[in-house]
Design a protein around this ligand. Structure first.
Ligand SMILES: [Zn+2]
Length: 224
């Protein structure tokens, strides 16, 4: 008989250095690099070392202090080992992970418009609020000279809606049969009806409500 013991789960964060695509010279892939980097830090429980929430213990606590320094070194290694030469040069003289992180974010500041695009088209207002608040909006830094708010074409298209149709009739209703006809020609239908009919022509007489809906094989029959 075999006894199966549960595997003890370790609560220690992983110490493995993750391999992510490097931050390119010029920083063109800064946003994607940052996204991956933050994910790794979160998994490794090292986020506090870049957002400033991990506080160095007092020197009277040597054990905690050495753990703190070790974690900071790991966070810094995760940053520096994934930089190409140009961004690396910019952080060579930093001493902590947070310093290196802040330097990079300052170096690759974006315009408000870019921040809008890179953050899933979140509103300008939301980004500005996040930048002003104490909430963590990790690493997002905008260039103060690029805070204009151009119309985003994608957002404008996404928000287009029809003019609402009023429930009540506001213009005067036609009095005589034939004064006003409402017509719509619909088709071609994806499925042909028996007899080859593909179009429906709807004619509604406003005064009396008379409705006529002939089915047609071709569009030009509407004139027949
Ligand atoms: Zn947009």
């Amino acid at each position: 008989m075999t006894t199966i013991y549960p595997v003890a789960r370790s609560h220690q964060p992983s110490s493995h250095l993750y391999d992510v695509p490097s931050l390119e010279n010029g920083g063109a892939n800064f946003q994607t690099w940052k996204y991956r980097f933050l994910m790794i830090l979160e998994m490794r429980e090292l986020m506090g070392y870049v957002d400033g929430t991990a506080v160095a213990p007092r020197p009277s606590l040597p054990l905690q202090q050495s753990k703190y320094l070790q974690n900071d070194k790991e966070a810094r290694a995760q940053i520096t080992l994934t930089l190409k030469d140009e961004p690396l040069n910019g952080v060579l003289h930093t001493k902590t992970a947070k310093e290196a992180w802040d330097k990079l974010n300052t170096r690759y500041k974006v315009s408000l418009y870019d921040a809008h695009i890179q953050n899933g088209h979140v509103s300008y207002e939301y980004i500005k609020k996040a930048l002003d608040s104490d909430h963590k909006y990790l690493g997002l830094q905008t260039d103060p000279s690029k805070m204009d708010e151009p119309l985003c074409e994608a957002c404008a298209k996404g928000k287009i809606s029809c003019t609402p149709i009023r429930k009540e009739h506001i213009s005067n209703r036609a009095v005589n049969f034939g004064d006003i006809l409402h017509m719509d020609l619909w088709g071609p239908s994806p499925v042909r009806a028996p007899g080859g009919f593909q179009y429906t022509f709807t004619i509604l007489n406003e005064a009396t409500g008379w409705l006529h809906e002939p089915k047609m094989r071709t569009k030009d029959e509407a004139f027949g």
